[in-house]
Structure formats: structure tokens, C-alpha cells
Design a protein around this ligand. Structure first.
Ligand code: MUC
Ligand code: MG
Length: 384
């Protein structure tokens, strides 16, 4: 804790937003979109005392997932949120989030980027790690599931076996929804057959199937040895999710169905999912994420550290949450930084045997590399 904390260290001077496009090591194929680069919005909160906090606004490859994009986040922050919080204290986070909610509805991805930057600035002003502001640590590392795109059998199996041979990741999330449902199930069953017991396999349908298709085909995935099924039906269809959760012998994980504490209560009420995917990016920040994890813990629902394919900035924020909130007991998929061909941080995050290690130091414990940001920076609002 710094003895010389001055008010100016906490007063917001200005908010700066920068879009970067970070190339991937390989294409990442979702049901309807394939990404070769990840657009990322970096949000810098600068205080009068010269303290700077950073947050990340990102969606999985575009607005298909939750309706927001880095472009919409930048406009929303530059036009509505930054003017509102200028001159305010970074440690008044709950009041700032309420006021931001009054002038901008929803836009949770944009609000997360600002909220994380406020936490980083506040922790840096106090010279403490960010997790201190969330109540301290319950762990210092978390296992990381690697995610694979909706690609043909041989491509997926080759990538999984490469990781198994390296002795790093041992659980894999397979994206689905890009082909005819029955063919997709055959594809997954063939992958599970080739990989065998060597790894734990989960699938993510990104809300692409309807209830009838799910009832008919999901049992075949359970039979093929799949350990968990993520979001088979559209997010708002919580009753359908509940029916499938009761039907299947393996856990259903809610993702698109879980954006707010109210969603969490509905999921509990209907026992609609055995596991919840917590993307800090989708819920409006670290505090809302912690609230939702606590609701899950109260209901006996374990939480998984989800990702929107963040760089090291957003991944560090999700890691602080996962290490502070006791209810994050179902591992994570915080593999984003390993999928990027360029490193955005001055010091990369550390992965040991497939587990992500919490960095030391004040705030997030990570800092964007100005040279890397300059090199990846977009000149205009839209892609160059
Ligand atoms: C999602 O829906 O889970 C996370 C990993 C990945 O491949 O997709 C994202 C989004
Ligand atoms: Mg998902």
C-alpha cells in the first residue's frame, strides 16, 4: 500500500480508446464466422496523478456473439461513458457503473472494458494487486481448456494430439454448428473415437440448434464420450436448456444464457445448467462477474472461467476474477494469448503445464507494450 496516495492519483483526467487488430496463429472457425485476426479495444483511464489503468473490450470474432463490436464499444465509450466519468474518482466504481447504466443501456462488453480499467487504475494508485480489490485470492493459477474451431476431423485431431504430446492442455473445447447437425455429430464422434481417453472433450454449439434437434442428437454426443455440452439452444430459451439439462447424463454449460445476475437467478430457478461459463467481458465487469459467481455458489453451481478470446490484458482481468472468486471451480478456457501470433504485453502471461499463472505486481500485473500497440493500431474506426 503506497503511503503517499494523493487525491489526484484517483481523479480521472481522461479516457483513451485504441483499436488494435491482432493476427491469430491459425484461423479460428465459429459456426458462421471464421476469424484470422482479433479486433481488440484497449481502454486507458488516465488520472491527474499520472496513474494509468487499462481494460479490454473484445467479443469472440465479431458482433455475432452478443451484438456488440469493438467499433460500437469505441463509439459508446468515446461519446457517452468517457465524458460522464471524467473528473470522477476511480474508486467510486459502483456509483460510476450505476451512472453509466443510466445513460447507456446494456452494452455490457463496452462497460466491462471501462470497469476493468478503473480497477487497474485504482489498484495501481494503491500499489496493490487487483485481486485485493475483489477480496483477495483463493488460488494463484487455473487449468486452461484449449478451444478448437469447427474444422474437419483430421485437422482437429492433429491439433489435439500436438498438445497432448507437449503435455500441456488435457481438455479441449470443440466448436460446433457450422455444418448439418447430424454430420456435425458424426464429426465430433469421429474425433472422440480417435482421441480416446487421452483427453477430456467438450463441445460448444453457440446456441445454433433448436430444441427438437438437440433432443434428437445431443444424447449421441454423450454416448460418444463428450464430457460437457455448452449452450446448444438460443440464449433466451432457458426453459429448453432446462429440459435438455434434465435429459442428458452429462452437464450442460450456460454461456449465451448468462449475461446478468437476473439471468443467474432464472438459471437457478429452472436448474437449467449444471455449470456456468463466466466471461467477464459479457457481464459488465469484475463486480457483476463476482456477484453472478456468488449466486452460482449459493445454488451449488460451479463456474468456468470463460473467454472472448482476449489478449493478455483481458485474460489477466479474467484470471484475477477466477483467482479471487471461490465459485470458479470448473477450470477455465483462458487460452486467448496463446492463439495470437503477436504478443501485446511487455511481459507475456505464464502458462505452466496447461495452467495459467497469476502474475505478480500492482493492478492487473500486466502492461500493454506501447510498441506492439503502435504496430497493431487501427488508424480509423473501421478495419484499414
Ligand atoms: C464462446 O462462445 O465460448 C470462447 C472460446 C471460443 O472458441 O469461443 C469463445 C466464445
Ligand atoms: Mg460459448
Amino acid at each position: 500500500m503506497t503511503a503517499s496516495l494523493r487525491d489526484d492519483d484517483l481523479l480521472i483526467e481522461r479516457v483513451e480508446t485504441v483499436i488494435i487488430d491482432v493476427p491469430l496463429r491459425r484461423p479460428h472457425r465459429f459456426a458462421r464466422v471464421t476469424m484470422n485476426a482479433q479486433p481488440v479495444l484497449l481502454v486507458y483511464v488516465h488520472t491527474r496523478g499520472g496513474v494509468t489503468g487499462v481494460g479490454e473490450g473484445v467479443v469472440p470474432g465479431g458482433p455475432w456473439w452478443g451484438g456488440e463490436s469493438v467499433e460500437s464499444m469505441k463509439v459508446t465509450i468515446d461519446t457517452y461513458l468517457a465524458p460522464l466519468i471524467a473528473g470522477r474518482r476511480v474508486d467510486a466504481i459502483e456509483a460510476l457503473m450505476c451512472d453509466m447504466g443510466d445513460v447507456v443501456a446494456v452494452n455490457l462488453f463496452a462497460k466491462t472494458a471501462v470497469e476493468v480499467a478503473l480497477h487497474d487504475a485504482w489498484a495501481r494508485a494503491l500499489d496493490v494487486p487487483l485481486h485485493t480489490l475483489l477480496g483477495g485470492l483463493t488460488r494463484t493459477s487455473i487449468d486452461v481448456t484449449w478451444a478448437l474451431g469447427a474444422e474437419p476431423v483430421e485437422i482437429v485431431v492433429e491439433e489435439i494430439q500436438r498438445f497432448l504430446a507437449a503435455g500441456s492442455h488435457r481438455s479441449f473445447k470443440l466448436k460446433m454448428g457450422a455444418v448439418d447437425p447430424a454430420d456435425d455429430v458424426d464429426r465430433i464422434a469421429a474425433i472422440a473415437d480417435k482421441v480416446g481417453e487421452a483427453a477430456s472433450l467438450r463441445v460448444d454449439l453457440n446456441a445454433r440448434w433448436d430444441l427438437l434437434t438437440s433432443r434428437r442428437l445431443l444424447p449421441r454426443l454423450a454416448h460418444a464420450g463428450i464430457d460437457l455440452i455448452e449452450q446448444p439452444v438460443p440464449g433466451e430459451q432457458i426453459e429448453a436448456l432446462a429440459e435438455l439439462n434434465a435429459l442428458l447424463p452429462i452437464p450442460i454449460m450456460a454461456d449465451e444464457s448468462l449475461r446478468t445476475p437476473h439471468d443467474a437467478l432464472r438459471l437457478v430457478e429452472l436448474r437449467a445448467a449444471d455449470v456456468w461459463s463466466m466471461k467477464v467481458t459479457k457481464v459488465g465487469g469484475l463486480r457483476r462477474a463476482r456477484d453472478i459467481v456468488a449466486i452460482g455458489a449459493a445454488a451449488g453451481v460451479p463456474v468456468h472461467g470463460g473467454t472472448s478470446l482476449e489478449t493478455g490484458v483481458g485474460t489477466a482481468a479474467s484470471l484475477h476474477l477466477a483467482c479471487a472468486a471461490p465459485g470458479v471451480t470448473w477450470g477455465s478456457e483462458l487460452f486467448g494469448p496463446l492463439l495470437f501470433a503477436e504478443e501485446v504485453l511487455t511481459t507475456p502471461l505464464e502458462y505452466v503445464d496447461g495452467a495459467l499463472q497469476l502474475p505478480d505486481g500492482p493492478g492487473l500485473g500486466v502492461v500493454p507494450d506501447p510498441d506492439a500497440v503502435r504496430a497493431l493500431r487501427r488508424t480509423g474506426l473501421t478495419r484499414d
